[in-house]
Design a protein around this ligand. Sequence first.
Ligand code: NAP
Length: 278
Amino acid sequence: MTAHIIDGKTIAANLRKEIRSRVEGMKSPPGLAVILVGDDPASHVYVGNKVKACAEAGIKSFESRLPAKAAQAEIAAEIKAFNDNPDVHGILMQLPVPDHLDSDALVQMISPAKDVDGLTFINIGKLVAGDETGMVPCTPQGSMLLIKSVEKNLAGKHAVVIGRSLLFGKPMAQLLLAENCTVTTAHSKTKNLDEICRSADILVAAVGRPKMVRGDWIKPGAIVIDVGINRMDNGKLCGDVDYDEAAKVAAAITPVPGGVGPMTIACLLQNTLKAAQQ
Ligand code: NAP
């Protein structure tokens, strides 16, 4: 079997196009504010990409760039200003922030209605409760769209999510549960991980370990979503799944790069539009 390659780049581009046409029909554009603290080069690249994607979708961006030594109170004041600004519908704090800051406390200061990353306790609670007015974190939301691009009805399928972070693994498991999957969440203390993976109709890997999931961990015909982004010694990116091995067994698989990655920004735009409409 050679797996169908789930083309996240094209699916994300189509979603961005759809968002743009919905934004064009609005009286005033949605606004997204990004708070960036410090000089982390990767974070600067991510924020640059987000600002560019906003411009292409007709979404207005607001940026607050603060020095690495910025105090908690200074950042809190920026969050408050964006919370109070009616032209700003979405706020995101680029993570990680420098060590002297309490990032959890800062994230919880974001108004839940503007929390486009879906990390405030209100939005986490809404996701668990199945309240669709909440904001769903972007990467799990994008991963679900990729799964749905292959298979519409997920009821009764066994989904295994490797990873239990608040940013990805936990919300992903909730989304799969809401689709009536039987969900197993695996993590670093899980025993017999390979065996558990072999029983998965849908396997989602979000670990941060290059090519950890081998071809013989995969059930023939499974849908494999690789969330991991790892840089190899040769400078190239790879996922948490050994793509070449897995593609021989799975029915469908996301590549890295070009799979889940592009969906994250598209879903950020989607959440900003939703916040503006609500
Ligand atoms: P994280 O917070 O570091 O969580 C990693 C998870 O993997 C933890 O739950 C950990 O278990 C589990 N784990 C670690 N080693 C394991 C092992 N040997 N066996 C089984 N589970 C193991 O990472 P994250 O933020 O969820 O991100 C995971 C990966 O996804 C990273 O590569 C990240 O770069 C990527 N990512 C990509 C996007 C995107 O846009 N494509 C977005 C977000 C993240 P414990 O809880 O027991 O420690």
